[in-house]
Design a binder for this molecule. Structure first.
Ligand SMILES: [Fe+2]
Length: 287
């Protein structure tokens, strides 16, 4: 598995350009006037026990879209287009689709419903979705092909679809959890029906959700919420980050519940600034 902050696609020239620009982004534009890019970070993830037929399966993961007047539909569409270019087998959405604002879930979900993948698109809610009316989110999603994975799970086997012989334990299990702050994350419900020997992947919004999980609950946990702290100055940023967001920032972590990847997300919740912490889409290749 790659380590934290694996370079994004774009190579060394891109990295040099970013260093020169200081990574500072404000609103929807770089300080030098260029459009803010959404980086794609690719990671190979080895999952012992993964059925060989599922090796090579790809998962595109993004969170924290934060549709709002500072992060309008055009930026959501840009993220959607970028995700679709990756042609992933599965697409996972990690919550905070809407910032508490005068916008509706219908608008952002209609953009996200353009996402499509052979093995499906799955979503869990974040804290901002609760603050904006999570029932409206559920209703908006219910009118699309996006699967609400809140406190439920499903198995993936060779071939397309989720159906398989129940006795076959060799499968990938994908479970989703409710938001930690406002919802009721239920791990038991998320893995209900998971065969004992299955490889388990859990999707949640808040990385602190791991505190609710038993040891070894998952082979991989995917979370967002932190925005990578948006402004990252090593040795300094930590002093200004609220305690609730200070434990995890961005990248891979080893936790008692399993390995976890925390994405820096797509949008912004309050101040539309990023420094040394770009918006990202994560592409995981399982092996
Ligand atoms: Fe967020």
């Amino acid at each position: 598995m790659s380590s934290e902050n694996t370079p994004a696609i774009g190579g060394s020239a891109e990295r040099r350009r970013k260093r020169r620009a200081g990574f500072l982004t404000i609103g929807s534009r770089r300080i030098n006037g260029q459009r803010v890019p959404i980086d794609v970070r690719r990671h190979s993830v080895r999952l012992p026990g993964l059925p060989p037929e599922l090796a090579g399966m790809t998962i595109a993961f993004a969170a924290d879209f934060h549709f709002s007047y500072i992060h309008p539909a055009g930026r959501i569409r840009a993220a959607v287009d970028r995700m679709m270019e990756l042609k992933a087998d599965i697409i996972l959405l990690g919550g905070d689709y809407l910032t508490r604002a005068r916008h509706s879930f219908d608008a952002v979900i209609s953009e996200l419903s353009l996402l499509d993948a052979p093995r499906g698109v799955y979503a869990v809610p974040g804290n901002h979705d609760y603050e904006s009316g999570v029932n409206d989110l559920g209703e908006a999603i219910a009118h699309t092909h996006i699967v609400d994975l809140t406190n439920r799970g499903m198995r993936f086997d060779a071939g397309c679809g989720e159906a398989a012989a129940p006795s076959d334990s060799r499968c990938l299990w994908l479970g989703g959890l409710d938001d930690l702050w406002y919802g009721r994350p239920d791990h038991k419900a998320a893995v209900k029906g998971a065969p004992a020997g299955s490889v388990r992947l859990l999707l949640c919004h808040n990385p602190d959700t791991v505190d609710l999980l038993p040891p070894g609950a998952a082979d991989l946990i995917l979370a967002g919420h932190t925005h990578g702290w948006q402004v990252y100055i090593p040795g300094l940023s930590r002093a200004f980050i609220p305690k609730q967001k200070a434990r995890y920032r961005h990248g891979f972590y080893h936790t008692h519940a399993g390995r976890m990847y925390v994405t820096s997300g797509i949008g912004h919740s309050h101040v539309p600034v990023r420094y040394r912490c770009s918006s990202e889409i994560v592409l995981l290749e399982l092996s």
